[in-house]
Ligand binder design. Structure first.
Ligand SMILES: Cc1cc2nc3c(=O)[nH]c(=O)nc-3n(C[C@H](O)[C@H](O)[C@H](O)COP(=O)(O)OP(=O)(O)OC[C@H]3O[C@@H](n4cnc5c(N)ncnc54)[C@H](O)[C@@H]3O)c2cc1C
Length: 411
């Protein structure tokens, strides 16, 4: 009797699972069916890396695991068994796509095309996997086998891979069904919220952000909930009409609570100097350039437009270094090192690159990805409560998990 394997959701995790089931199969009699609601699977995959697909990140497993926040321990065996080098070898040798390394160890296909990556995967699995397109799964039940009810009919499988993704960019198909199915099958699901998302400032702070819209600075961005600093990250920070975006704000967005009361961000615009060192540097610049405008002095540290705004906030726009009062200098220092941006509300899940939350990890065997609650059910990708930082880590997690699941299904 053939073993019937159903992959529910053909995003990154589901497609990678189909690839691994083909690659690792050494003659097992299995029949693999992948079901996706869209006409072509991988609709989110083709958006990745701004359409270029940052497929993985060349780091060793111990450095890599630190990129998954609270899921570090859970994800380690998967990364160790099937890490970035394995992903790269698969993409180059089996999919036939040459790869290149960019800044911060990020790996992209040389063709710079996520569509080509998706198409190569679909082509690769075409002789081993039946793809049911435009088929929406409505319900999954487990009795003797798995009964998968769709809008096109009912299917039965011996084993099921649940890979319907998270709950963001819902137009790509990932609208939270993973969580609905997992709950119905008896799993607990941690609250879902945005990760890697832009941050909306409140009305007053948005005015400042809007006036600097399009300007990028290197800043250490810290989140404060009340008076407590809860997270901080240094990197490029982009001002936008609505608030802040870019690598650093997006990275810390997962730490903004769902229920925003008194939450604000603090931007350190000169992270290389501590408060005291910056004050003393500013003092020496003021002493050395008496005939220079304060905005010009500030623009030695930050872009001119930011310098202009900071000076304006200290009522120092038209002032010169000569005779510049100490209290104003202190105010400038404070603004440059602790620029406060109040947060309007929790980041919008719809705009999040990744969903934080999902199936509770201690209900899943981290060595096989099999559910500890429902034998024969494997859970992968954003369905799980795992969110990686940006840089290729989320796709690598999908690939590593897919490998473990396929290995276990074929054993
Ligand atoms: C704009 C953007 C850029 C990104 N860039 C990168 C990057 O460069 N590198 C990186 O590592 N990560 C990146 N990510 C994150 C990465 O894309 C996701 O973490 C990854 O796609 C998650 O894979 P998944 O299979 O769990 O979910 P998804 O890729 O969302 O796939 C879920 C699939 O399930 C299907 N589905 C859902 N419900 C049903 C149903 N009821 N019936 C049938 N089918 C269903 C959907 O149609 C979809 O195809 C990016 C994300 C976004 C939004």
């Amino acid at each position: 009797m053939k073993k019937r394997v159903g992959i529910i959701g053909g995003g990154a995790a589901g497609l990678f699972a189909a690839c691994q089931l083909k690659r690792l199969n050494e003659g097992s009699d299995i029949e693999v069916t992948l079901i996706d609601r869209n006409p072509v699977p991988g609709k989110k995959l083709i958006l990745t890396g701004h359409g270029r697909c940052n497929i993985t990140n060349r780091k060793d497993a111990s450095a890599l695991k630190k990129c998954y926040h609270e899921a570090e321990k859970f994800i380690f065996p998967a990364l160790k068994e099937y890490g970035p080098e394995d992903t790269m070898s698969f993409v180059e040798n089996d999919l036939g796509l040459k790869l290149k390394e960019e800044e911060n160890n990020r790996i992209f296909p040389v063709c710079d095309s996520a569509v080509r990556v998706r198409d190569a995967i679909v082509e690769y699995i075409s002789d081993s996997t039946e793809i049911l397109r435009e088929t929406k799964v409505i319900e999954i039940n487990k009795s003797d086998d798995f009964e998968v009810i769709t809008d096109k009919g009912t299917y039965h499988f011996d084993q099921v891979i649940l890979s319907c993704g998270g709950n963001s960019f819902t137009h790509t198909g990932s609208s939270g069904d993973s969580y609905k199915f997992a709950k119905r099958l008896g799993h607990s699901v941690n609250q879902v919220k945005a990760a890697l998302a832009p941050i909306k400032a409140d009305e007053a702070s948005a005015k400042l952000c809007k006036s600097l819209s399009g300007v990028s600075v290197n800043a250490r961005v810290s989140v404060f909930d009340g008076d407590k600093k809860t997270a901080s990250f240094e990197g490029d920070t982009l001002f936008a009409d609505f608030g802040l975006t870019g690598p650093a704000p997006m990275e810390i967005s997962r730490e903004i609570p769902v229920d925003v009361k008194n939450v604000y961000l603090e931007l350190d615009l000169v992270p290389e100097l501590n408060d005291e060192a910056f004050d003393s540097e500013l003092q020496s610049q003021i002493n050395a350039h008496a005939d220079t405008k304060i905005t010009t002095i500030l623009s030695r540290f930050v872009p001119a437009s930011v310098a202009g705004e900071i000076a304006a906030q200290a009522d120092a726009s038209d002032m010169y270094a000569q005779g510049f009062p100490k209290d104003k200098r202190k105010k400038l220092c404070r603004q440059m090192k602790h620029l406060k941006i109040s947060v309007d509300r929790a980041p919008d899940l719809e705009k999040a690159y990744v969903t934080r939350g999902g199936v509770v990890l201690n209900e899943v065997d981290r060595k096989t990805m099999q559910s500890k609650i429902v034998p024969g059910l494997f859970i992968l990708g954003e369905a799980l409560d795992i969110d990686g930082i940006s840089g290729g880590f989320n796709l690598q997690a999908c690939m590593s998990e897919a490998y473990l699941a396929a290995k276990s299904i074929l054993s």
